[in-house]
Ligand binder design. Structure first.
Ligand SMILES: Nc1ncnc2c1ncn2[C@@H]1O[C@H](COP(=O)(O)OP(=O)(O)O)[C@@H](O)[C@H]1O
Ligand SMILES: [Mg+2]
Length: 337
């Protein structure tokens, strides 16, 4: 696809832990179009954060990374820190789960945003007066709908609520007017009402600023209600990918057994208001000792001998809909009740 904003091909990330290999990300490929919203969902440990950190160049030095991640055709993997900083400062930004840990507790929030703005300007080779940068910081606080922005500018993180701190983090991420914002469990630490407000804010900003959004979540309901497209990850691999409406909407047709199990554990998917990813019986496999066949087979009630012997390939069985399963759900299976 030539109009892709981000094109990820066969991304692999391997850590060496105590002499053993952890294949945290095992050959994932996906594309994000300009302005699109992609949700990446999966249980804890499935490789969501590591994938995005690899793309952002935020993994520890020495981490083994393979494959390709191109932003408007430019390869990001293997860029030097200085080069990456340029992209991180202009095209790519990431918001993390825990704003309390990501903000500097000893610095007024306005100054933290001002710093993000001036750093971004400097990497672009531009200059700007401190006053201008401060004015822009206040505008960013307004952009993320923080009331009394001039007053909040002078406050410290601890004076703000969790939701307000997350808005500040988003403001900092937006300082560079990114083309792609990655929100990694950005609302997980917040209460349900605040979560919804922040999600609405992200979607509004996405439209206002024309950016693409990758929303990482273990919250299937969140993905169902906000994303255009959904990727389901399991043990470092993509196991299913489809337009959100194709999976969850009326006549939605989930095929992979793991996705199905996740959906079946939600009582009312028609109203998927922020339902935490339900627990599927059993636990994800030990990443240092993956089973030989399908990683989900040990937890799958439909697993047969072939599932335990051979890894099912992720293939586009229907245009726009990929899944990896030897014995998928029948198409048109009874919609979830
Ligand atoms: N720095 C690291 N060193 C070793 N293993 C790591 C490191 N970071 C993550 N992992 C492992 O990689 C796997 C994927 O982690 P992660 O992407 O954080 O999962 P998720 O975000 O889906 O919860 C996990 O098994 C995790 O323990
Ligand atoms: Mg994570």
């Amino acid at each position: 696809m030539t109009d892709a904003l981000l094109q990820v091909d066969d991304l692999r990330v391997t850590f060496a832990v105590g002499g053993r290999e952890v294949r945290a990300v095992d050959g994932i490929s996906f594309t994000v179009s300009p302005g699109a919203t992609l949700a990446i969902i999966g249980e804890s440990g499935s490789g969501k954060t590591v994938s995005c950190r690899a793309i952002m160049g935020l993994l520890p030095t020495g981490t083994a990374i393979g494959g390709s991640a191109r932003l408007r055709g430019t390869e990001l993997l293997g860029l030097s820190d200085a080069e990456l900083r340029r992209y991180r400062g202009s095209d790519l930004a990431m918001v993390f789960q825990d704003p309390a840990r990501s903000l500097n507790p000893t610095m007024r929030v306005g100054l933290q945003i001002t710093e993000a703005i001036t750093t971004h300007r400097a990497t672009r080779g531009g200059r700007q007066s401190k006053r201008e940068a401060q004015q822009q910081a206040i505008e960013l606080l307004r952009l993320v709908r923080i009331p009394a922005a001039e007053r909040r500018f002078h406050e410290y993180p601890h004076q703000l609520s969790g939701g307000m701190r997350q808005r500040v983090m988003i403001a900092m991420a937006l300082a560079c007017r990114p083309k792609l914002l990655i929100a990694d469990e950005a609302t997980t630490a917040l209460d349900v009402t605040t979560q919804a407000q922040i999600m609405e804010l992200l979607l509004e900003l996405q439209e206002e600023l024309g950016m693409a959004l990758i929303m990482i979540s273990h919250d299937l309901g969140l993905a169902a209600s906000y994303a255009d497209e959904v990727i389901v990850m399991y043990a470092g691999k993509i196991v299913e990918q489809a337009p959100a409406a194709g999976l969850f909407g009326a006549g939605g047709a989930v095929r992979m057994r793991y996705t199905r199990a996740l959906l079946d554990a939600i009582p009312h998917l028609e109203r998927p208001a922020h339902t935490l990813l339900p627990v599927v019986t059993g636990r994800p496999p030990d990443p240092t000792a993956l089973p030989p066949g399908c990683s989900f087979a040990p937890r799958c009630q439909y697993a047969e001998d072939d599932c335990r012997a051979k890894v099912p390939a992720l293939a586009e069985h229907v245009p726009g809909h990929r899944w990896a399963c030897w014995h998928p759900c029948e198409n048109g299976a009874a919609p979830h009740d």
